[in-house]
Structures are given as structure tokens and as C-alpha cells.
Design a protein around this ligand. Sequence first.
Ligand code: BGC
Length: 255
Amino acid sequence: MDLSGKSIVVTGGNSGIGAAIVRALAAAGASVVIDYVSHPEDAADLVKEITADGGHAIGVDADVSTIAGLSKLVSTAVDEFGKLDGFVNNAGIEDRHSLLEVDEESFEKIMTVDMKSAVFGTQLAAKQFIQQGTGGVVVNVSSVHEDWPMPGNLMYCVAKGGMRMLTRTAGVELGPQNVRIVNVAPGAVDTPINEETMKDDSMRQKLENSIPLRKVADPAEIGDVVAFVLSDDARYITATTVFVDGGIMQGSVGL
Ligand code: BGC
């Protein structure tokens, strides 16, 4: 995978799948911009690790739930690395509430972090690509739940379903300008979002038995696919979703 010379922003890049994406991009030669709000020390450690390995990364104090924060990420990439080639909308949260439990606060929090940040991250990146005249790639890290109900996790499914149509609609709008927009949809991954399940042996067993590859993904297994989608090897993929789920969506009850 070759991303050398590319300048790429990863939101939520300081933990979980985001950190694995940052590592994969830097290993492929990209210069990476990472945001932090809640854990500046995690971003600093990751930046240090990548720099020690000979890569390029910088952490920026930016809140991706605001347009100002997203703009800061784009302008930092341009100021530090001369241009923007890719933008990964990875930041996301879930709160595991059913329809009957959802309240206004939960709605607003999840729609802001998971959906608003993806819409405006995609918009700002696309404007920059068009202004440069270079084209570029946006990867939206969605979930199998962009298409697959998860009872008890309603707002997450609503937000990821929205991301599904963001990618399809914006991908169709911007294809003629050489802007590719692609969802990468993980299944169950060993990250903080799944901490409770992973800690509980019987929940973990149940989850792993429902996955044809019989294991929860390592974050690097998602990071590698994101790096591929951002690379020129994936130049004909746009306005669609690449599922990276160990087959979980095709799982059956068995005999
Ligand atoms: C969710 C997890 C869930 C997994 C598989 C992910 O998108 O964040 O909570 O375990 O999908 O269903």
C-alpha cells in the first residue's frame, strides 16, 4: 500500500479504530493530522510513536462536533503538509438506548458526534479538494449497523444509516470532480466501544459464535482496509460501502 506524499486527516484518531487507522496510514507513508479534545495525552503518545518510526503526524486541539473544529483540521493539514488528499470521518459514539428510551440529549449527542461531524467533515474536505483541483478521498467509518438493525442501540443505527446515504449521495454528486467518498463498515472490533462485551466472557463468546470468522476484529484489520480505500489502488471505488465484518452480517442460526 502506498500513501507516500499524501496528507490525511483522521477524526477520532487517538483511540480505538482511529488510532489503528493512523498507524496504517503513517506506515504507508502518509502525513496524518489527528484531533484531540478529551485525551490530549493519547494523541501526543501516538504522534511520538509515529515520529519515532520515521513517520509524520500532528495532534490538533479540535472538537469535531463543530464546523470550526473540522475546519481547523483541514487548515492544519494544508498549512503543515501543503495540501489535503484524504479525510477520514472516524469519530463516533454509541449509548445503547432503545427507541422507547431515547431522549433529546441522547439524540443530539449522537447525531452531532456521529452524523454532523461526518456531513461537515465531508463537505469541508470536498471543498478543499475542489479548490486544489486535485480530487481526493473521504472515508466514512460507519458500521454494519448502517444497514443492520441493532435493537437497543437506536440512535447509533440512525446515525450510521444516515452516513450510508451521505456517502452514496455525496459520492454521486462529486464523482465528476474526482472526489471519491466511501464507507468502511466494521463489524465487532476490540475497542473501547465494545469494552463491556469483551470483559464479559459469556457475552464475548456469544458474539464470537455469531461471527463466521469466529473472532472479534483487531483494530488493525480495519485500519488496513481504510489505508487501501484511500490509496490509488482503490481508485474506482466510490459512493458505496466496503464491509469488514468477518461475515457477521451473513450469520445464520445454523442447524
Ligand atoms: C457497534 C458494536 C457492536 C458491533 C457489532 C459496532 O458498530 O459499535 O457495539 O458490537 O457493531 O454488532
